[in-house]
Structure formats: C-alpha cells, structure tokens
Design a protein around this ligand. Sequence first.
Ligand code: SAH
Length: 263
Amino acid sequence: MSNPTFDNIRIVLVNTSHPGNIGGAARALKNMGLSRLYLVAPKEFPADKAVWRAAGAQDVLENAVVVDTLDEAIGDCGLVVGTSARGRRIPWPIVNPRECGERTWFEAQQHDVAVIFGREDRGLTNDELHKCNYHVHIPSNEEYSSLNLAAAVQVIAYEIRMACLAEEEGKLPKFEDWDMPPAKRDAQERYFEHLQETLEELGFLEPGNPRQTMTRLRRLYNRVRLDQMELSILRGVLTATQNFIFHTRKKLTEAEANKPSAE
Ligand code: SAH
C-alpha cells in the first residue's frame, strides 16, 4: 500500500543519544509505510549502529533530514503532536495514540504533520512540548511508563497505519472541515514573539520575564487552532497596538518637552 498521504507525515527525533534508536525508528517507520525521518541535533549520526538496527530500512536513514533546531524540523507543519512518557506541570490538550493516528492521518491529507519524540534520558523539554497542538501519551504501566524510544515510534507509526486502513474501509472518524488552512508552526512562533514584544511595550509583561503568562497564552492559541487568516488579523491588531503606543509616547514626550518650566 503506498498512499501519498504518508509523505506528509514526518517523525522527528530530538537530540537522540543512541544511534541504535535512530536505526530502530527508521525500521519502525518503513514497516508502517512511513519514510520521513527528521533528526534534530542527534548526538551521533551517521553511525554504523544506526545502519545495523535499521536492517532493510537504510533508505529511510539515508534520506533522514538532519537539522540543528526543532523549529527547523516543524516550521512548515500545520499540526504538531508531541509525545510524552509523563504528565507535565501545565497540562496540554491530550490525545491517545489511536486518536493521534486518526487526526494525523486526516490532517496529513491537507498539510504536513509532525510527531515529535524526545531524548532517551529526559524526553522533550517543556519549551519543546509547548510548540505542540496536542500531546500523546502511550498508556503504559504507570509504575514503568517510559518505552524505549524506537518502541514508542513503533506504536505511533502503527496507529497511523491503522488510521490509513480505517480510511480505506470508510471507518475513519469525521473531523471538522475548515475553510482556511491552519497557521503553520513558524508563523505561530513569529506571532508569539510579536505578542510578547507588544505585551512588554504595553507594560503588561516585564521585559524578558514573561513567567507562565506566555505559556498560558501559547496553550490558549494552540487549543483554538488558529487558521492563516485569523493569524494575519491578529498580527495586524498587534502592529496597530504598537503604532498606537509609539505615537502616544511620542506625543507625551513632545508635550513634556514643550511644558513651560516651573520657574
Ligand atoms: N525519561 C524520559 C523518557 C524518555 S523516553 C522522561 O521522563 O521523559 C524517550 C522518548 O520516547 C520520549 O521522549 C517519548 O518521545 C517516547 N516515549 C517513551 N515512552 C512513552 C510513552 N509512554 N508515551 C509517549 N511517548 C513515550
């Protein structure tokens, strides 16, 4: 079964330590019909150990895209899902692996989708998880919840394939149809920078110290799934706000300068 939708789905491994896991992930992808592997700053790659573990999936390794930052790996994606072996302090919208497969498959028919996996020793950072629309947790034994990285990739890749099969049988659940494409991740990142800058200029945020406010705002916007039109309207609102602040400050400074001295 080769279906072009598979090409719109990428599996992103962040800062992987063991090249064997990269090989294992490549094999898991190919077994399930996927082929796009992104490696964000892997500790050791290319590596013989990766080739051994990949077995017949060397082509996936050879075509793997190696980048320095997570933003480069997911910037052009309309949906980003982050995997996590444990709950985090600020909870995020969560899907189970089955829902992840179904949503990924449905959305990949329209735009690129990324599913990201973390480091063997400490998973994904909170900042990385906050770039995701959803989090997915594989419901494992609570007393021993962390799967081997390549095994976790296998579970998610399998669910994506199951969703593909469900669609062929007309059994894929219905998701909302929308008139506009969703905002891409890099446009959203630029929006969050612009929002923080504007909130600092307004005096709502302390410069360089947004505490949890930006995280909460990120979660709000991620939950809404902004489309491209909505995002550009919001960018316009920020620009108008910044212009207003600039002109108001200028007028105040001029008025201050023209004030007759008290003497
Ligand atoms: N000790 C780490 C676990 C890392 S396991 C931690 O506490 O976060 C390496 C990666 O495999 C994770 O970052 C995640 O991408 C994936 N993974 C492992 N177990 C998982 C689970 N139960 N659900 C979802 N992803 C899991």
